[in-house]
Design a protein around this ligand. Structure first.
Ligand SMILES: [Zn+2]
Length: 255
């Protein structure tokens, strides 16, 4: 995130927002800047891909399904819009530790003894770590109290549209993103790789919410277990054919 913070400092915050006397490494300046970046970026990375997905990929015949709720798209957008600021606040805290140098992120591929090979290895290692942790966090969220108060809303959308991608309880959304944040504090990771993996992780739920077909290639990127869960839910959910209203499959998966 310090790549993004540096760029926004150079081209926006320093010339147009903050007084010249305010040092870039002041913690309060970093908190304000990161909050703005995370929240504005969060909304843009939610609404732009989901809108494109809804317009060009999402199978709209699913909206005729009996389990697709009245005004569901509006509800999904409203729910996600409410959750993003709190998810953003929690994420800002993690990014603050990162930009203040507490992580194992590095700038150049030759900063580690493994070079480019190490960068490739870290991507595989990240995918393994992320998938495994999300699986266990999701299982943990299905314990009674956590399910009732935190995770239940995640399963409210039986037939999700792309706009359900960020429609979590904010604690749920943040917890499911923690593997991504924890990894660079435990293992070395190139900063650019970290940024790309972050954007990939943000887009994963959108791809999974859109349709079964989009899950194909995304199975081989990050957050694959999360994707498979969504995909299995989508692929086994009751379907309606476009020419009739008969349900062709009646199996649903509740997890
Ligand atoms: Zn669940």
């Amino acid at each position: 995130m310090d790549i993004v913070l540096r760029a926004t400092d150079d081209y926006f915050f320093t010339p147009y927002v903050y007084p010249q006397s305010w040092q870039r490494d002041d913690i309060w300046r970093q908190i304000i800047s990161l909050s703005l970046i995370v929240n504005i970026g969060g909304y843009l990375l939610y609404i732009i891909p989901t809108t494109l997905d809804y317009l060009f990929i999402f199978d709209k015949s699913l909206m005729k399904h009996p389990q697709f709720m009245k005004d569901q798209v509006k509800l999904e957008i409203f729910y996600a819009s409410k959750s993003i600021p709190l998810m953003g606040a929690l994420t800002t805290i993690v990014f603050l530790f990162e930009v203040r140098g507490y992580s194992k992120l590095y700038d150049n591929w030759n900063d580690t003894p493994y070079g480019v090979f190490g960068m490739g290895l870290s991507i595989l290692s990240f995918m393994f770590f992320n998938d495994m942790m999300i699986y266990w966090i999701h299982r943990f969220l299905h314990y009674r109290w956590f399910y009732k108060y935190i995770h239940k809303d995640h399963h409210k959308w039986k037939i999700p549209s792309p706009f359900a991608s960020h429609a979590f309880h904010p604690i749920d959304g943040f917890l499911q993103s923690t593997p991504y944040h924890i990894y660079p504090f435990l293992f070395p990771l190139h900063k650019a790789t970290y940024l790309l993996l972050f954007i990939s992780c943000l887009q994963q739920p959108t791809l999974c919410s859109s349709s079964v077909s989009t899950c194909g290639p995304s199975r081989y990127t990050t957050a694959t277990s999360a994707c498979r869960r969504c995909c299995s839910r989508s692929s086994t959910a009751p379907r309606i054919t476009s020419t009739t209203t008969s349900i062709t499959t009646t199996t649903t998966v509740s997890t």
